[in-house]
Design a protein around this ligand. Structure first.
Ligand code: SF4
Length: 281
């Protein structure tokens, strides 16, 4: 546990400014992410140093395919998320409380050095909600010449994004859907919150975009094309990953139809030259 960054006090109310939910909390209350709590009139990050997963992965697994190709990356996750998608592929750590081990930032950087990898990824659950840990590790890693990669849903306020991006070399941003109503259904707010993150990040580091194609959430061709047009206006060089959904957690719809996946990829190829299908044999 560590005192959180990015909060204001208004009398007995604490306002968290880390993500666009802007939770207003009183003593004893926890934010919508489940991992930031007010104790004795201060906001704390409950998952600081709590590592639920630590692995060396191929960088392509993040997925990042056109940056540091063929390299391995030390990947860490904690727990918690500021969205609540019923089809979450990592719900055991994003939406539940997993077993963790305590690690200091220096121990994580040492693990990367000992493993001989050139980079560290903040991933598995949403790294925005373990911001303080990510920030401390990324700063230390940069000093040691190790690169940093964030794999995020993009639901973060501008100030914390600007502060962390100074230490981030590459990002994969996971776009969940194409309109505000569906973003609200997933526990978010607006599509623009995410497009703004993509725009800011793409001016400052290397960016790839992921889109999980979930029936009823992100499988409408026309709406997807409108989204591709918006992304194209931000950066026509984006690499896109279009992944197939499989039933998990609260979703039991059958896996996304391969024909729809292919049609969405064809639409994307009108705007971008690097569009990859994921979770498809
Ligand atoms: S990070 Fe958590 S506590 Fe802070 S505004 Fe977002 S959901 Fe609320």
């Amino acid at each position: 546990m560590k005192e959180a960054m990015f909060y204001d006090k208004n009398g007995k109310i604490i306002l968290c400014n880390l993500c666009p939910h802007h939770c207003k909390l009183k003593n004893g209350q926890t934010g919508r992410c489940g991992v930031r709590k007010v104790l004795h009139d201060k906001l704390y990050s409950l998952n600081y140093g709590e590592i639920s997963v630590i692995n060396v992965d191929p960088i392509e697994k993040k997925p990042i395919v056109n940056w540091m190709k063929g390299s391995k990356i030390l990947s860490i996750g904690s727990f918690g998320c500021n969205l609540h998608c019923g089809f979450c592929q990592n719900y055991e750590i994003s939406l539940e409380t997993p077993l963790t081990v305590q690690m200091k930032p220096s121990e994580i950087v040492d693990r990367a050095i000992d493993s001989g990898v050139p980079s560290i990824a903040y991933t598995y659950n949403e790294p925005t909600v373990f911001y303080e840990m990510m920030y401390d590790v990324a700063k230390l890693a940069r000093r040691q010449g190790i690169k940093n990669v964030m794999v995020t849903n993009g639901f973060i306020d501008e100030k914390p994004l600007m502060d962390i991006i100074e230490y981030i070399d590459a990002i994969n941003i996971d776009l969940k859907t194409y309109n505000d109503d569906l973003y609200k259904q997933l526990g978010g707010r607006t599509l623009n919150d995410i497009l703004k993150t993509i725009e800011i990040a793409s001016k400052r580091c290397y960016v790839e975009i992921s889109l999980l194609i979930v029936p009823g959430i992100s499988d409408q061709l026309n709406e997807m094309e409108e989204l591709f047009k918006k992304l194209y206006l931000i950066n026509k060089e984006f690499v896109l990953h279009i992944s197939r959904y499989f039933p998990v957690y609260r979703y039991d719809d059958p896996p996304t139809d391969i024909g729809i996946m292919t049609e969405i990829r064809e639409k994307a190829l009108k705007y971008f030259k690097n569009v990859y299908l994921g979770n498809v044999r």
